[in-house]
Design a protein around this ligand. Sequence first.
Ligand code: G3P
Ligand code: CA
Length: 379
Amino acid sequence: MTSRTLRVGRLVAPAAALASFALLAPTAPATAAPKPEPQDTRPVSQLAEPLVFGHRGASGYRPEHTLAAYELAIRMGADYIEPDLVPTKDGVLVARHENEIGGTTDVAAHPEFASRRTTKTIDGVAVTGWFTEDFTLAELKTLRAKERLPLVRPGNTRYDGRFEVPTFAEVLQLVKTWEKKLRRDIGVAPETKHPTYFDSIGLSLEEPLLRTLKAAGKDKKNSDVVIQSFEVTNLKELDDDTDVPLVQLTGATGGPFDLKGEGTTYAQIVSAEGLQAVRRYADWVGPEKSQVLPRNAAGATSTPSSLVRDAHRTGLRVVVYTVRDENQFLPTDYRRGTDPNAKGDVLGEATAYLDAGVDGIFGDFPDSIVDARDAWVQR
Ligand code: G3P
Ligand code: CA
């Protein structure tokens, strides 16, 4: 499949999408396909316009990393959906932001798993809770997802207990289903979480990741898949093993855990010289958004850094994370009112990143980013 719907003038309005999902049961079949839109013949990865990445699905509206969250992101027009990946005890990749699942599932309410609560050191940090690598897939499937930020997004708690933890294979199947329904390509941006840690316990992520992509027929350069990681070593290894484009993620502080011994920092990686090195194994760089629009002393955005220009000069594309609608996540110049949980001027913030030249934006509220992107393209 190579065609996709035109982005500008999209017919799937956010309100309609929300309404159609309000009563969706965890295993309910997808709703009827919308009327097909005019077709654009380019694969999504070859589009010149900036791309919208549904961060952990439409995680602003549904508990993150659930099929419901991914489905809504797709319906809202996201070009890519983003599953973060960790393994189960039996080596199956599942979609969770971290291997500790106390914050995003109801595991604490399962007395049969009480004895699995433990403390581990993950990337040098002591973490207490329940860990995916201590559960078989069958056990994990008895749990249900819950909203990570119930105080920020209380409306999403109505979905607590309704959705399973999906496997990566199930996410890819969902994408295929919706590609057929919408008659457009839908990208997938899996992220390997804690690759060095999982190597150390014999649950390497990369092999099942490539196996699962291959089984779904999405392991090619033009498969509209990009693989992300905050670490470097695994991306270099993946560069040898796959043609799928790679994304080097960078943080606003610190450095990749696998290169801690060498003292490598993300600041070095996003320097002009560092980006040239990244280009030897990756196709994209994925900076934390303040690395593109640094904040001033008042917490407002200031003059763009040279990151986008330097990345483009090397041939790297740039996707920033994470744009979220609520005031507390916005730079101070885009906040509206004093309630940290109220919606601010996210369209303004997203537009500022587009003006800075980024090629993609991760957003918790994909409809907001689609709106900003479409208006920016038309302008
Ligand atoms: O992968 C982009 C962005 O998701 C990185 O941050 O912590 O949300 O995975 P995180
Ligand atoms: Ca991620």
